[in-house]
Design a protein around this ligand. Structure first.
Ligand code: NAD
Ligand code: ZN
Ligand code: ZN
Length: 373
């Protein structure tokens, strides 16, 4: 089968023929239809993080497709089901984290497209207990970005504790950020979107953001303070500077959620202001199987819009460049043989997109431990 493979962190990926996987005990093999390109795949391909992935590696943790064969003792899904293979490829199911609804913190977890081969291939193998079921009516091109970008930002919003009447700032309007802002609005909050590119800010306004700030032209801290300060900040930008600005934008008692994972792995946080202002800083890593099901339900109800463009797997290296240069509208998805025509976007957010909106003036632990998607 054809797959995009990382052999060396300093070299481009190679699209090559590799053996098709066979399902083992509790496993399924999926014929991939669509596979989203998360910025994490780029970090994996470059070996950006303190914990390195296996090599050779087939990246991809937004793979969606049809179960082609099942191994022994699989009861969760059947041949012919449409499933999604998320970052949380396996967890032990028994530790204190797994048993208390925090399987994303399981120390025995295995991550798809990092320690397990992932979705940028014609077929992918997965543990049946950890695949997500894609409901009827969700197109594979939309299901794919929801499988990481969606579930991660949905969870981050939950972690932020955002409420109606809050102002939530989303730093970085890429694959993750374009969904983060929609979940913030579903929670009832007003949104200020921050990015470096005007096209991304236009997309944010189309998706309902009340305010936008181009951080190349304006100081986000100053602009967000003019609005009264943010109750919550979701930092998805691939830049430590954005995390510092996010911190500076908070109002007293506010919460900064770390989601993005820039290669430069440190920021400076002032102790005095954190204490005096009662600031919360929290990391948020993907989401559970239940979070993913909720994300799919919201989308099936027409409450979110997934903005994506399709690419061929042969062009994986060009696609990576496009994402790195900030040239894409939200998410790129590899078309691995989708049969249905893409659906016209619909749902409440599309209608609202017509209205013009106001703008301001302006551990990663031991090898095989939990690392982020
Ligand atoms: P992306 O490239 O699609 O989006 C990043 C966005 O940040 C782009 O729009 C870019 O223009 C913007 N940006 C860059 N520098 C900025 C700055 N200084 N200020 C404001 N905006 C800036 O990437 P993505 O797929 O959305 O992923 C974002 C990050 O989240 C990556 O580091 C990825 O590894 C990480 N991630 C984390 C989790 C998790 O569970 N915590 C899950 C998935 C991805
Ligand atoms: Zn566990
Ligand atoms: Zn991801």
């Amino acid at each position: 089968m054809k797959a995009a493979v990382v052999h060396d962190f300093t070299k481009p990926l190679r699209v090559e023929d590799v053996p098709k996987p066979e399902p083992g005990l509790g496993e399924v093999v999926i014929k991939i239809e669509a596979s989203g390109l998360c910025h994490t795949d780029i970090h994996a391909a470059h070996g950006d993080w303190p914990v390195k992935p296996k090599l050779p590696l087939i990246p991809g943790h937004e793979g969606v497709g049809i179960v082609e064969s099942v191994g022994q003792a699989v009861t969760e899904v059947q041949e012919g089901d449409r499933v999604a293979v998320p970052w949380l490829g396996y967890a032990c199911g028994a530790c204190e984290y797994c048993a208390s609804g925090w399987e994303t913190l399981c120390e025995k977890q295995l991550n798809t497209g990092y320690f397990l081969d992932g979705g940028h291939a014609e077929y992918s193998k997965a543990f049946a207990k950890y695949v997500g079921r894609v409901p009827e009516g969700i197109h594979p091109f939309e299901a794919a970005p929801l499988t990481c970008a969606g579930v991660t930002t949905y969870k981050a919003l939950k972690v932020s504790g955002a409420r109606p009447s809050d102002l939530v700032a989303v730093f970085g309007i890429g694959g993750l950020g374009h969904l983060a802002l929609q979940y913030a609005r579903i929670a009832g909050a007003a949104v200020v979107a921050v990015d470096l590119f005007d096209e991304k800010l236009k997309l944010a306004r189309d998706l309902g953001a009340e305010y936008t700030v181009n951080a190349r032209e304006q100081d986000p801290v100053e602009e967000i303070k003019k609005l009264g300060g943010a109750d919550g900040v979701i930092a998805t930008a691939v830049s430590p500077r954005a995390f510092e600005q996010g911190f500076g934008s908070l109002k007293r008692g506010g919460t900064l959620v770390f989601v993005g994972l820039p290669k430069d792995n440190a920021i400076q946080l002032p102790i005095f202001e954190t204490v005096l202002n009662g600031i919360h800083v929290v990391g948020s890593i993907v989401g559970t199987r239940v979070d993913l099901q909720e994300v799919f339900e919201l989308h099936a109800m027409g409450r979110t819009r997934v903005v994506h463009q399709e690419r061929n797997l042969e062009n994986v290296n060009e696609a990576i460049e496009e994402v790195e240069e900030g040239k894409v509208d939200a998410r790129l998805v590899f078309d691995m043989g989708v049969k249905e025509p893409a659906r016209q976007p619909e749902g409440v957010l599309t209608q609202e997109a017509e209205e013009p909106s106001e703008q301001p003036t302006g551990e990663v632990g031991e090898h095989r431990g939990p690392v982020p998607g």
